[in-house]
Design a protein around this ligand. Structure first.
Ligand SMILES: NC(=O)c1ccc[n+]([C@@H]2O[C@H](COP(=O)([O-])OP(=O)(O)OC[C@H]3O[C@@H](n4cnc5c(N)ncnc54)[C@H](O)[C@@H]3O)[C@@H](O)[C@H]2O)c1
Length: 449
């Protein structure tokens, strides 16, 4: 590896990016990294995926997709054409002109940002960094991470951002399960440390996605992503609160939203549910809340939204308890409950932070016996927070199974569920997604939760 100053290295990098000759490394091949690697390879760049998990490169080499948004056939074609490969060997970084970081950014047990994945990755890159490379962070994080955390680690190898290598930030806007958009059709916010980096980041992504949205600094790009997710968290909390209030008044919140959204300006529909899930909305707002403490500033909207959204499973359990008592004189603790949908949102297999896990925990703590059905989650993977249900299997959805339970609790409204069968055979249904009304299956034994 050559680390001596090389004044022409950045110009050669720019040429390679613009002429689509650059080799691109994508680090972290999960929900964000794999679709991105495929989009980059499709754009014509030689693409190398890097992951610490040895199974990911094996799947990719075999052309087997493990992410819903990526078709195995597409993966196979790109691998066969020699445009995409994957490895756990991080020395490959040296061969890359562009390196994109898509590793997780979770919270610690104390709900503070856990940047350890980003830091480890930056240290690994620093080992192989050479003049003439572009490094872009995509992981969601608070404003300042690229400059304050990533840049010093990369520069610890003696090279300087802006002089020897270029550094940028471009947030991912992946929406798992959304059939209307894919990586390449979602406008991409791009930024760089300094003019040269900004231009090259925009030029690179401009070849991968249909539209780039350049912003003046990495801090703005980081703040854009956090703002988008806080906006969702706060608005979902608002409709969740409205659901509780309107329900007490005998007003159906879904009918309210359906009518309100006909207003052609100034209103955007958000829908209530059993709580928040996924790797983004329940987590990212706390990245900003943590950073705000440095400035002695409270983040009241974020805290309030978090409070309301995390209490939703408790509300849903109370609704179920009341409905069981009212319709069958049955105590929650004596009941058998069939939960529909373990994933945090419809049509995906992702159970990270899923409110369904919390619902099972709350119900079982009260003595109820809970089974679940989810066509996307045949068995519950082991998770640290919900170890007691790890390994449990999805039960089949048939008339006998439905009838054998005292209540069916719909937590996730996957499309591939026979709701008519449930409506026909369930004794009681608590629907947190309004799916039965949407399908015209309203009946006396269906309660909105
Ligand atoms: N999932 C989404 O819908 C979504 C949307 C927008 C943004 N994001 C953000 O994108 C980032 C990645 O999220 P994700 O959902 O793709 O996570 P993920 O858990 O699906 O994938 C992360 C991948 O990184 C790998 N990894 C972990 N440590 C590594 C290391 N040191 N080196 C190389 N690989 C490593 C893991 O093995 C895994 O394959 C996060 O910051 C997240 O907030 C996610």
């Amino acid at each position: 590896m050559s680390r001596q100053l090389d004044s022409g290295a950045l110009d050669r990098l720019a040429r390679r990016v613009i002429e689509c000759e650059a080799i691109v490394g994508v680090i972290g091949l999960g929900y964000v990294g794999l679709p991105l690697a495929v989009a980059v390879a499709r754009a014509g760049y030689g693409t190398i995926g890097l992951d610490v998990d040895p199974e990911k490169p094996q799947h990719i080499a075999a052309g087997r997709s493990y992410i819903g948004a990526v078709m195995s056939g597409d993966l196979k074609a790109l691998v066969a054409a020699g445009r995409l490969s994957a490895t756990t060997d991080f020395t490959a970084i040296e061969r890359c002109d562009v390196i994109v970081i898509c590793v997780p950014t979770p919270l610690t047990r104390h709900r503070t940002p856990d940047l350890s994945y980003i830091e480890t990755t930056a240290r690994t890159i620093a080992k192989y960094l050479r003049p003439g490379q572009l490094v872009v962070l995509e992981s969601t994080t608070y404003p300042g991470t690229t400059r304050e955390v990533v840049q010093p680690i990369l520069e610890s190898c003696g090279l300087q951002a802006g002089r020897d290598f270029l550094l940028g930030y471009s947030p991912e806007r992946e929406d798992p399960g959304n059939q209307s958009f894919e990586t390449a059709s979602i406008p991409k916010v791009v930024s760089g440390q300094g003019a040269q980096a900004s231009e090259l980041v925009a030029a690179f992504y401009g070849r991968v996605v249909k539209q780039v949205v350049p912003v003046p600094s990495c801090e703005i790009a980081e703040a854009v992503k956090i703002t988008e997710n806080i906006f969702r968290a706060v608005n979902i909390a608002l409709v969740n609160e409205l659901k509780i209030i309107f329900d007490a008044m005998g007003v159906d919140v879904w009918q309210v939203i359906d009518a309100a959204k006909t207003k052609p300006f100034g209103y955007m529909p958000f829908y209530p549910g059993p709580g928040l899930g996924g790797h983004c909305i329940p987590i990212d707002p706390y990245y900003l809340a943590w950073k705000s403490r440095e400035f002695d500033l409270p983040t009241r909207f974020i805290e309030l939204a978090g409070e309301i959204n995390t209490q939703m499973p408790v509300y849903v359990v109370r609704r179920l308890e009341e409905a069981l008592d009212r319709t069958a004189g049955m105590a929650l603790g004596a009941s058998r409950v069939l939960l529909i949908g373990l994933a945090y949102k419809k049509n995906v297999a992702d159970i990270r932070e899923s409110p369904s896990l919390r619902l099972i925990e709350l119900l079982e703590r009260r003595g109820a016996r809970v089974s679940y059905h989810d066509p996307f989650v045949p068995a519950v993977p082991a998770t640290r927070e919900h170890s007691e249900i790890g390994g449990r299997a999805s039960v089949p959805l048939d008339a006998a199974t439905v009838a054998a339970h005292d209540a069916v609790l719909v937590a996730t409204d996957h499309d591939d569920i026979d709701y008519a069968l449930i409506a026909a055979h369930a004794r009681l249904i608590v629907d947190t997604r309004n799916v039965f009304a949407r399908l015209g299956l309203s009946a006396g034994h269906i309660v909105k939760g």
